[in-house]
Design a protein around this ligand. Sequence first.
Ligand SMILES: [Zn+2]
Ligand SMILES: [Zn+2]
Length: 880
Amino acid sequence: MSNEINKTYNPKEVEERLYNTWVEKGYFTPTPDKTKEPFTIVIPPPNVTGQLHMGHALDETLQDILIRYKRMAGFNALWIPGTDHAGIATQIKVEEVLRKEEGKTRYDLGREKFVEKVWEWKKHYGDRIINQLKKLGSSCDWTRERFTMDEGCSKAVKEVFVNLYKKGLIYQGSRIINWCPRCITALSDAEVEHAEQAGHFWHIKYPVKGSDEFVVIATTRPETLFGDTAVAVNPEDERYKDIIGKTLLLPLTDREIPVIADAYVDKEFGTGCVKITPAHDPNDFEVGLRHDLAQIKVLNDDATMNHYAGKYEGMDRYECRKQMIKDLDEMGLLVKVEDHSHNVGQCYRCGTTVEPIISKQWFVKMNSLAQPAIDAVKKKDTEFVPEHFEKVYFHWLENIRDWCISRQLWWGHRIPAFYCDDCGEMVVTKEDGAVCSKCGKPMRQDPDTLDTWFSSALWPFSTLGWPDKTEDLSYFYPTSVLVTGYDIIPFWVMRMMFSGIEHTGEVPFKYVFIHGLVRDAQGRKMSKSLGNGVDPLEVIDEFGADALRFTLATGNSPGNDMRFSTERVTASRNFANKIWNASRFVQMNLTIDELCVPAASELALEDKWILDKLNRLVSEVTENLDKFELGVAVAKLYDFIWDEFCDWYIELVKPRLYDTENPTNKTAQQVLSYVLSNTLKLLHPFMPFITEEIWLSLPHEGESIVIANWPTADDALSFPAEAAQMEMMKGALKAVRNKRAEMNIPPSKKAAMFIVTDHTELFQNGAVFFQKLASASDVTVLKDKSTVGENTVAVIVDGAQIYIPLGELVDFEKELKRLEEEKKHLLGEIKRVEGKLSNKGFVDKAPARVVEEEKAKGEKYREMLQKVEESLSAFQKEAN
Ligand SMILES: [Zn+2]
Ligand SMILES: [Zn+2]
């Protein structure tokens, strides 16, 4: 016999001890093995400065469920953990600390010192999130832990940059990019969030040179006027045919600009005249290229005006806007101001309104990379779960612009491009400290760093050793599933896809399993400003990791958001306690010390029933897990354990269990431990700690449930006919109990019972259950009710009628009323079924099986109604 478990479950004591053992034993550390099939997940690396929030807790729980399931199912399961350096996010955090604690900026420290500071920060906080992942029970292989800026990942980044540059897929160019004037850096399109904002259309007159004519343009950003290098009209626009080629006097400046014709201009929109500012608008930029216009940038990096703004130089963009509008108005050049709500881009890190601005940056050419990534999903090389998220993926890839990858930040992978300040030579190389091949002078490295997503795009293969041809890479790649939220499909998923295909020739993962957000109990997003966030670590501390994991898995369906509440965690903890108490009961009644498959010939009806149920549970849960229906799987486990196993089977089996002389006592023990042990295995991926603690205390084979074999359905233990019989008896037991409860008769008040049924043998054998579970004193099973006396209350269920002589116990009026209500209910059901069956649409469209089921239901209701009517008339006789 194994060690006895404690009276109550104490997660704190159990979790750390078990987790350390698992790590020490190396259960999470697979080695490549050609005889086994690999199953690989790479963790979406949490930001190094972050701490575990509910979104991570969900993400990691889902991954751990899949990994633990596959490990038990015989796969060589590898879950690679790690963290992301998170360029912009981390830099901002460290800068904030620097400002608060030392009153300094990063420029005060200088690049080298500042970067050192960020590394210190990383050492401190990088471990924090890792420890939190462990607390959750994540079965990651910590020997393979990675960081996006570690040596290997840095090597991969350089390799990719140089390769793409050589292929002409990385280039340097002046393009319109999104500029955050607060973070002082370029952003990619994916890093800009769009929000509807109330603004204005300012209608401004531009005088035609040498006449008193003028054109009117409308703009939402009047301060960019200083960068105008033309006004464009549609060549088809009759209104403006005459002024094409004329010269305009640009207000508030001494510059003159031409009127050009370009089909890009929409005649119907605004005045039909468009100011062209090539340095501050992506469309104007293209127009400018077509017409060879100058590109005049009027903003400094911090969004103050530069010298092109004349007397407004040095003003902030919005201050300048206010002042110049006032001046234009005074000059009579402001025609009108219209309210206008428009879509404004904001920095995803700091919320500042971004400026589209021309800037010399590094870009990845996207067209040739995007197409294979689109094709791969179309061909189902990679599948989204749920499928409809591929639309988001296609939308981004099909409309993609070149990816701006350079960032004016200090924290990150430095761009491996070097310049010779003497002769202007530029080289892109993996080597550090290049020397100019033309003049032999040392070269200066590009000061910019790469978009943080440039390195995370390589994560599925850089973590496995790429560009080296490692054993891990050839065995564990491509990975099996990527588990992530829908919000980072454009940032991350699609970039991993095209990077994987381009650099390894294979898609990086077979499935992308998308989950939603964790919302609060009212369905609101958890956020700092609302103060409604729940700290997963506090939940673990109070309720245990299993309760948190179980809560997150319950109700989870791919792609959908979920709600989190303390009530739900409490319910999960209660479930854990229920399992614990039931297991303790089983354990205390076991005299056998070996786990074995019970022999079919010795099984009682209730044994066959629970074994048959277990078989179905095994098949269904396995199928659900394979289809990523984790919420469905966990609900089935909950129902089985709570209802079938604890509330029914244990109660049904107690008489045999207490009767140690009973020859079927041993069988009962075997079935109890067999069912419990297998159920614990099924539950293990969801609740790893409590299942291990109990499993080890029961008869078991092997050293840990973590590496135990996943259960499979056993045909020898499939008893559908007996299971159906038991269900019938369960129905009768439940009905009698409900009836007695309705009549407020305490369980201690025993009463005789007459069971009228065609299934006499079944109920004869089940008499003991009616005594133990339904407060029966004597049970008489009859073929017909002729010998049942008058003055009884009838309980009518499918397959049996149970009559209980009530004597003085019953309130006749009430009983009469109840029967009448039952009659009404059955009539309603019959009407519903008949309505359905007379509906041609239903009968024609529904599968034949469903129609048959409805017909059978109708038959059953009619039979029950007949019995109720018989009782009613008997009762009415009595009452009169
Ligand atoms: Zn910003
Ligand atoms: Zn040179």
